[in-house]
Design a protein around this ligand. Structure first.
Ligand code: 5RP
Length: 266
């Protein structure tokens, strides 16, 4: 691997081999998502606990201080909106590699929609982006998006999408956690895998369980947003999740961290 590629990846994946990415890119098709209406305010208190932040160029320019040193994962796909839910998979590449370099991105990310009508186009988007980014030593993180097909989140589907993303050259794959056979997703994917959280759930321990179990099965960490910043206590969630990822905390220990931070004891 070239020095530049290695250097960028080492900013994202920490020396313990783990990673906690904080995505706030949801507005690129959802608009002003709940608790992300003012992204700069939302991330202020939680950013110190993340290893990198994932967002679009517009939010980066408008809401993040250029003096910020946290590594940037730049979302470079889009072109769709919730107003046409049935076409969420119809994405193109929205941001040039030149722009990613100008914004000092440590990686770029884009979505592939395996099994959707526009599967072919999104897979070619990934391949073309990898072709360009490899020239400049920029890692591509492929987001295995499910669009409205949320029910397809079983191991067989996730393994298929993750493996294809790796085959086409993604350096990191973001997928979803599934309770059954998640190890099959990891075992079939030769590049590091991070999991997203999806819609906010009501139970904190459920989130810690997903993350803990996925790490046990070989994931390297998370690219997890709503279950942190839509939570009533985002800092407590961020610190607890960080403990699971970087301090080997069990879900029970993470819950203690959460409760201590929530009650101001930590
Ligand atoms: C949205 C994304 C998000 O970055 C990803 O889904 C992670 O966020 P969350 O944990 O909120 O699902 O790619 O398109």
């Amino acid at each position: 691997m070239e020095w530049g590629m290695k250097n960028r990846l080492s900013k994202l994946i920490q020396s313990d081999g783990k990673a906690m990415f904080l995505p706030i890119d949801h507005g690129y098709f959802q608009g002003p998502t709940s608790k992300l209406e003012a992204p700069g305010k939302t991330i202020g208190p939680i950013l110190p606990y993340a290893d990198a932040i994932m967002l679009t160029r517009g939010i980066l320019r408008a809401c993040v201080d250029p003096a910020e040193t946290k590594p940037i994962i730049l979302r470079v796909s889009g072109g769709t909106s919730m107003a046409r839910r049935e076409e969420l998979d119809h994405e193109g590449i929205t941001t040039s590699v030149r722009e990613a370099i100008r914004l000092n991105a440590s990686a770029v990310s884009m979505s592939v929609f395996v099994g959707a009508p526009n599967e072919h186009q999104t897979l070619l988007n990934l391949s073309n982006l990898v072709n360009e980014c490899e020239d400049y030593g920029i890692p591509v993180m492929a987001v295995t998006a499910v669009g409205t097909e949320i029910g397809k989140k079983d191991a067989r589907y996730l393994a298929l999408a993750s493996r294809i993303a790796a085959e086409l050259g993604a350096r990191v794959v973001k997928t979803y956690y599934c309770e059954e056979n998640f190890e099959k997703v990891i075992d079939g994917c030769p590049v590091p895998v991070v999991i997203a959280g999806g819609l906010k759930v009501d139970s904190e321990i459920e989130v810690f369980n997903w993350i803990h179990d996925s790490l046990q099965k070989g994931a390297i960490g998370v690219n997890l947003g709503r279950n942190i910043w839509q939570h009533e206590h985002p800092v407590a969630m961020a610190k607890a999740i960080r403990a699971v990822i970087h301090e080997n905390a069990t879900p029970k220990e993470a819950l203690q961290v959460f409760q201590q931070v929530k009650s101001g004891k930590k």
